[in-house]
Design a protein. Structure first.
Ligand code: AP5
Ligand code: MG
Ligand code: ZN
Length: 214
């Protein structure tokens, strides 16, 4: 099963993707996580991506599309995948349709996780993430047992550079301008399932499971 998780920054794409991976064994492709790993490793891709990410702007389509195409051809994607944070623009969505067609694949579901702006800002400024395994925490609702140490792998739990209030506001504006049009795009394609994301994560997940079974 091939799924796209669509939603504003902080909607819970990463949180729900982790649950789907556990329940369904799908490959998790988070373009944001790919870029953050490249930044940490100090690769040329990381250096290029960092200046866009720190400003809350999108990395250029040509860069992102190339990376996702490569990733989709890796063996673990054969059983199905979850795209988290991609596509984010209409050209990315068009490129995805083409890339999948050339591999004899297609999307089965596009899940839009909907959360209002005030809740998103609150979530993002309270989010923390493990630098090693990517597990997502929140200082208000789901802290690690030991301060800034990941429960799963002992890695450092950190605040993302782009989770400051100023950058978050710009990321939300960029989402409204560039990514929200994909909701209509996928509705017209008959693939969209909208989920109310402003509820406990397990309730949101139950609805996602029901939507992908339907
Ligand atoms: P990316 O890493 O994709 O960030 P994003 O889209 O801004 O989304 P987030 O990861 O911030 O939020 P999320 O929906 O995953 O929420 P989470 O589950 O963590 O992208 C970062 C940057 O990379 C972009 O700005 C851009 O520069 C670049 N980039 C990436 N992809 C790109 C692309 N395709 N094209 C161009 N550029 C690209 O949850 C957030 C918090 O809320 C957590 O603390 C969590 O614990 C909490 N939470 C989750 N669910 C719930 C719930 N139901 N109730 C209460 N709290 C909850
Ligand atoms: Mg995420
Ligand atoms: Zn960890």
């Amino acid at each position: 099963m091939n799924i796209v998780l669509l939603g504003a920054p902080g909607a819970g794409k990463g949180t729900q993707a982790a649950k789907l991976v556990e329940a369904r064994g799908l490959a998790h492709i988070s373009t944001g996580d790919i870029f953050r790993a490249a930044v940490t490793a100090g690769t040329p891709l990381g250096l290029e991506a960092k200046r866009f990410m720190d400003a809350g702007e999108l990395v250029p389509d040509a860069v992102v599309i190339g990376i996702v195409q490569e990733r989709l051809s890796e063996p673990d994607c054969a059983v199905g995948f979850i795209l988290d944070g991609f596509p984010r623009t209409v050209p990315q969505a068009d490129a995805l349709t083409k890339a999948l067609a050339s591999m004899g694949k297609k999307l089965d579901h596009v899940i839009s996780i909907d959360v209002d702006r005030a809740a998103l800002i609150k979530r993002l400024t309270a989010r923390r993430q493990c630098r090693s395994c990517g597990r997502i925490y929140n200082v208000l609702t789901s802290r690690p047992k030991h301060f800034n140490v990941c429960d799963d792998c002992g890695g450092e739990v950190f605040l993302r550079d782009d989770d400051s209030v100023g950058t978050v506001t710009n990321r939300l504006d960029v989402y409204d301008r560039n990514t929200a049009p994909l909701i209509d795009y996928y509705r017209k394609a008959g693939l969209l399932r909208s989920i109310d994301g402003d509820r406990p994560a397990d309730e949101v997940f139950a609805d996602i499971l029901a939507a992908v079974r339907a």
